[in-house]
Design a protein around this ligand. Sequence first.
Ligand code: HEC
Length: 126
Amino acid sequence: MLRQTIIFSFFVLTLLVPLTSSASGESTYKSVCIACHAAGMNGAPKFQNNRDWASIIKEGKIHVIAEAYNGVRKMPAKGGKPDLTLEDFSEALIYMVNASGGKWSTPTEQEYIKIKNKLSKLSSKK
Ligand code: HEC
């Protein structure tokens, strides 16, 4: 009985982990990005509009996260929320991409290092 309970608990945990990580991308989207990306304000790529997102998705995860977090044209840096962490921003972006024709996964530690390198180059140009 104890053994079954332990096995069952592990099973539940493995189900919960991916659910909680995608919920945080969703909740950041709903509290920050939705303001512009739901309606496509100022030319923002629209949520769930695969056509709007196709060319962005092609540019690749590392490039797009760094550019968008840094701010690009009418897209405000950090989605206009100065205390938004790179990790929460990335999760929200990945949530939007995956709802709009893409298939991105959470950046690995290695990928975060590349994103941060790109970011420091971008911000030194400002
Ligand atoms: C105040 C409005 C606003 C908010 C809030 C906002 N965006 Fe944007 N975003 C824009 C606009 C406008 C563009 C189009 C920029 C352009 O091409 O001129 C854009 C473009 C983008 C792009 C594409 C950049 C590219 O390379 O073309 C990404 C990615 C993005 N936003 C992610 C996010 C994420 C993630 C959030 C929430 C954390 C967010 N945005 C919140 C207005 C906003």
